[in-house]
Write a protein that binds this ligand. Structure first.
Ligand code: ZN
Length: 117
């Protein structure tokens, strides 16, 4: 059981969409956590795909190369194959970090099922 750091009473959790509020049952103590704590409880396995039609540049090649641990040439072939490439399957946390990388590189990708973290 979680205890209030201020008064030692029991804490309760309330969920609002993707935020979690932790509140004391006695005093005015409360903390709002966004995503972070809840994402670890998401046990869904997500598949992340790099979509066909992305601009092919050095960064994309490097990314694909590192994910699959293959040579630059093989990565280039894969990216040029004209197919959607399944990059990774993993839990919400793992997929989130890859998603951020792909977003930073402005790449088109999809995640199945929808990953709302
Ligand atoms: Zn309290």
């Amino acid at each position: 059981m979680l205890k209030c750091p201020k008064c030692g009473a029991k804490l309760i959790e309330k969920q609002y969409g993707s935020s979690l509020e932790i509140k004391c049952t006695k005093c005015d103590y409360s903390v709002v956590a966004t995503n972070i704590s809840l994402i670890h409880e998401d046990e869904t396995i997500y598949d992340i795909y790099l979509l066909n039609g992305n601009i092919i540049n050095q960064k994309v090649i490097m990314l694909v190369k590192n994910i699959f641990n293959i040579s630059s040439n093989e990565a280039l072939k894969l990216v040029k194959s004209g197919k959607d490439i399944k990059l990774y399957s993993g839990n919400a946390v793992e997929v989130k970090s890859l998603k951020e990388k792909l977003n930073n590189l402005n790449l088109k990708f999809k995640i199945v099922p929808d990953h709302n973290w």
